[in-house]
Design a protein around this ligand. Sequence first.
Ligand code: FES
Length: 180
Amino acid sequence: MNTGVKTYDENEKPQFSETTMAEVKRVIGLFPEGKQKSALIRILHIAEEEFGGWLSVPTMNYVAEILNIQPIEVYEVATFYTMFNIDKPGKVVLEVCRTGPCMLVGSDNIIEHIENKLNVKVGETTADGMFTLKTAECLGACGYGPMLQCGKTYHEHLTTEKVDELLDTLRKEHSTSSNS
Ligand code: FES
């Protein structure tokens, strides 16, 4: 989800680019008059992509302003769904499924292994800003657990060895890319 995120200064008032605003208006226009809140989730995805891969309070307030709804209505949605980052994430976000079927085949071990390997707890970002570890509820790949999502890619049938390889690969891939 934070793959290829753009540079974003969180101290600036958020402002969609002209092109993005046109898309936002198109999405809002898909819903009947007075039901613009129905566009919220899609617009939060757009905002995350536009503003550095996460939803700061000013970003959520900006979305509320555009949809003409209360900021609390945006906070409620953004904090409910684990797919949204409400804290600035690392370059790479790992979301490990922890729901029953994955848990039965060892997701707890995978989570613990990543915590130990990266020296973070779930919800934290490594000191070098490279990895953020999150957990997620069922990601729809129950027959392939334990599994994790990284960006738009699923990594399935995980073992601790596979996780080690994955972390090494991701670190190499992202060590030269920027994130702000
Ligand atoms: S329980 Fe993990 S993907 Fe469904």
